[in-house]
Design a protein around this ligand. Sequence first.
Ligand code: NAD
Length: 495
Amino acid sequence: MSKPTWHERANSIKIDGRALINGQRVDAISGATFENISPIDGRKLGPTARCDAADVDAAVAVARAAFEDRRWAGKSPSERKRIMLKFAELMMANRDELALLETLDMGKPIKYSLSVDVPSAAKCVQWYAEAIDKVYDEIAPTNDSTLALITREPVGVVAAIVPWNYPMLMASWKIAPALAVGNSVILKPSEKSPLSALRLAEIAIEAGIPAGVFNVVPGFGHEAGSALALHNDVDCIGFTGSTRIGKKIMEYASQSNLKRVWTELGGKSPNIVCADCPNLDEAVEAAIGSIYFNQGESCNAPSRLFIEASIKDQFIAKALALMPSYLPGDPLDPKTIMGAIVDHIQLNSVMGFIESGKAEGATLLAGGNQARTETGGYYVEPTIFSNVNPGMKIAQEEIFGPVLSIFTFTDLDEAIKQANATAYGLQAGVWTSDIRKAHHAARALRVGTVHVNQYDSDDITVPFGGYKQSGNGRDKSLHALEKYTELKTTWINLA
Ligand code: NAD
């Protein structure tokens, strides 16, 4: 018998949009739900629990109880490791289902849900599991008559509030280090993509994570999200999302219990290509591939391309030749590499930016239109503007869609100055054969990550996060453990 197609599987997949609190699937206390629409073709994916402050109170109470009785925090690191390794293994065993949920929910190609999102999320859980019994505390070099212990303790109840662009991966970057060190976690997925988070928590429980330790409250930001951020019994928020909402979360923390707030926010990343770039074809492929990956809905997408004037025409000709391969296709077709925009709100926002680029006098070189409208889904052609001025809206604001803005430069320092001239500071790229120029640019760029002669390398061992209004703290790597632990010092009198 031949394997069912992804469309056939999509038609028969069981979807449960209820919350998960204390190990149980539950409706919102109010009974309210919202309809979850797939951006692929506008199909209804079923009702999702519309959690609000009452559900958040319930989730926080069980998470607190689980933390206080140490059913998870009290386990040895090697025991937590064993359970989390099982969790990662089960994620991979459920790879097809998780990938399909992700694609149906937010429109990314099934090819990438399968090859990137699920394996990267599982790898993240596995990596923190393996790390946690290899992290030691410290003894300070004090005098003979005292002993000063420096230890890390779980912070308590951690709320993870995450966006829709990589729903499972962004969730994993928070929950894996937070759980590994012994916290209780409440995950609030985006209302645009709640499904994989709910399955993830079920799988975690199947792996042996005790009930109450990992809870999921789907719902809207202004209801479930704000209730978490304002809650006096939540100790820490790991937030990934827009800079606008990141600022609100910090306000909520200051209005309530000064909970720790860690933010991973928006970006407007520059990619600078010098005339002495070692391989122009690679630079073009990386520039185009990275801005259009995930339909341009990536925080680190290199949306501002600075090309040295002498290679501009050559670069653009090569870029335009690649455009047909990035035309949007059916996300459930395994050959598709460009899928749907997450919903009609984001679609209208992206189209609004395209209109503003035209109105402000940038030159539209490619795309600029909606696509596949006959499907009932939300698709945008890959779009390029040249002759963009730094003051234009498309040069300053995060579009979060498949839109590239091209600038030219003759002086590298001038390009770096422009590259730094936004509110953001997430990532940057620089392409040159001159190691001194590469180092000079890497030092001068005010961003969390600089890519030299490539873009978008990624590894769980490497910190990820931004400068300026792209956020604080770092996801991934051992540095993420700092966010979900308190540092305690204990002085012991030995005299
Ligand atoms: P968003 O800020 O609108 O929403 C993010 C989350 O916050 C969602 O779960 C949402 O429901 C919740 N939320 C909304 N209003 C809230 C409120 N008042 N109180 C509490 N929670 C609230 O962002 P989005 O549109 O989901 O995601 C796109 C943004 O995420 C982009 O700006 C992107 O750059 C950013 N992002 C950053 C990174 C990073 O690592 N720096 C990674 C991925 C995405």
